[in-house]
Write a new protein. Structure first.
Ligand SMILES: CCCCCCCCCCCCCCCC(=O)SCCNC(=O)CCNC(=O)[C@H](O)C(C)(C)COP(=O)(O)OP(=O)(O)OC[C@H]1O[C@@H](n2cnc3c(N)ncnc32)[C@H](O)[C@@H]1OP(=O)(O)O
Length: 208
């Protein structure tokens, strides 16, 4: 913490309902389902099917999409993004991080980027930004007095190639608070090697 950091900053109100988390929504099999969704995305990165196979796979997936659309619920009632017991809260659009530590000092997470996150021989930079943005959401959620904080800007410096298929460590913390403005920093390491670091500005807003 720096001396400019507001020592007494921190939540004085409950978390917004959408951020409170839930370990039951979607049932005990929901984690496996989301893992299969991620596996479909991974596998799709490494195929070059002929037309017949592409059409067969499309038909199979269409049936699955139709089944899911038939059981759609309002987004605030959905299991994805609410399951605090699952990687990335069960949200398949996020890199599947696991929270190791979370508190007023910030958040530490383990992340394994996968085939779906591949750019050219390393993780795609946009996925690294996405990871930082999400983890900054966690870090700021602890430090705002109420509501939540939205990203005003987020800058990533890519310091070395970020591998896929191995555990990496991310740390994101609020460095300074100035009224509604939260200055956020973050790092991503592969062992001792720095892969990327991040500077962001988040602005506290009322819950909507
Ligand atoms: C307890 C833990 C459990 C947690 C368990 C659940 C965790 C759950 C995690 C969810 C994690 C989701 C994390 C994703 C977070 C997003 O990705 S949010 C989506 C991306 N961001 C957006 O869409 C934001 C779009 N922009 C906006 O809505 C508005 O521009 C903003 C950012 C809210 C700011 O607008 P505003 O509130 O009207 O603020 P404004 O008065 O313009 O500016 C306020 C101050 O900020 C400054 N400022 C504003 N923008 C900028 C800028 N771009 N550059 C520099 N300065 C700026 C202004 O100059 C002003 O400074 P001062 O004059 O006060 O010194």
């Amino acid at each position: 913490m720096t001396s400019t950091q507001q020592a007494d900053a921190g939540r004085t109100s409950e978390l917004p309902k959408w951020a409170r988390g839930n370990s039951h929504r979607g049932g005990p099999g929901f984690g496996e389902l989301i893992e299969q969704v991620r596996s479909v995305m991974d596998a799709s990165r490494f195929i070059a099917p002929g037309d017949d196979v592409a059409r067969e796979l499309t038909a199979d997936l269409s049936r699955i999409v139709e089944r899911m659309q038939a059981i759609a619920v309002p987004v605030d009632d959905a299991a994805a993004d609410s399951r605090e017991d699952l990687p990335a809260r069960g949200n398949p659009s996020l890199p599947p991080f696991e929270i190791i530590d979370l508190g007023s000092e910030g958040v530490v997470a383990e992340i394994v980027f996968r085939a779906f996150h591949l750019g050219r021989l390393s993780a795609h930079g946009g996925n690294i930004s996405l990871l930082f943005d999400e983890l900054a959401g966690y870090a700021t959620m602890h430090r705002v007095t109420s509501g939540f904080a939205r990203t005003a800007f987020l800058k990533v410096d890519y310091r070395s190639l970020t591998p896929i298929d191995r555990p990496l460590r991310a740390r994101v913390w609020v460095e300074e608070i100035d009224g509604r403005k939260l200055h956020v920093l973050g790092t991503l390491h592969d062992g001792d090697r720095l892969c990327a670091d991040m500077t962001a500005l988040f602005i506290q807003v009322p819950d909507a």
